[in-house]
Design a protein around this ligand. Sequence first.
Ligand code: NAD
Length: 243
Amino acid sequence: MAAPKISEAHQVKDWLNAAVSVAVLTGAGISAESGIPTFRGDGGLWNNFRAEDLATPEAFARDPKLVWEWYDWRRGLIAAAEPNAGHRALAQLERRSPRFTLITQNVDGLHDRAGSVSVLKLHGDIWTIRCTACERERHDARPRMETLPPRCFCGGLERPGVVWFGEGLPGAVWDEAVSSAREADLFFVIGTSALVHPAAGLVHLAKSEGAKVVEINVAETAVSSTVDLCWRAPAAEALPLLL
Ligand code: NAD
């Protein structure tokens, strides 16, 4: 892996200093250095599991126990992980920037644990559980469930509070993400393959509305040809250089 280049850090810092409004879109790659597997790429979860077997409403209707076993395993991995220097650098940038919006596709909660105050979670939160019958939501931070699948007080089946393939994004969160992409002077796209829509569309929106767009990723992605600067580096090494 090439070390982050100082010239890229300088260029991005110049843009950061000039920007009034900064927006950041993160994906699974920012948590890779905390030991949480991404979905795609080396060691990606989809190399061992099929998304359509596990992360869809149809899969849950077919076999809720199997889906819950997978989420229970992921919750255990995440509970044992710590935020890394990339998460922490973003929390510091939030404190330093006049207008800063952090949008994440991640469900792991590591941005919150790193100290980010305002996080737009496009795909929900693995620590939230929702009843499929009465819709009651609750926070449950136990890394391992006692009984799978869990049930609500009302007797209904509970599901992970995440957005599955084929489901819509939470409307208010999405609207806020769109506004921040529109008004951003500087937009970062970090650790995402940019293949999942509509999240990936935020990159094109920000660019078309005049933002400078910086990608931080270890590999080329679907938006690499759109952005102003591709910073080929692990997020946990690149982001602290901006502080
Ligand atoms: P993805 O798995 O499709 O892509 C991961 C990306 O991260 C790749 O482009 C890879 O090159 C890059 N990457 C890997 N290590 C990196 C590093 N150290 N620094 C910078 N980049 C690195 O992930 P995605 O685009 O976020 O996919 C979207 C879906 O994955 C979302 O729905 C999200 O909910 C889900 N997901 C979330 C988590 C999590 O919460 N931690 C984990 C896996 C998947």
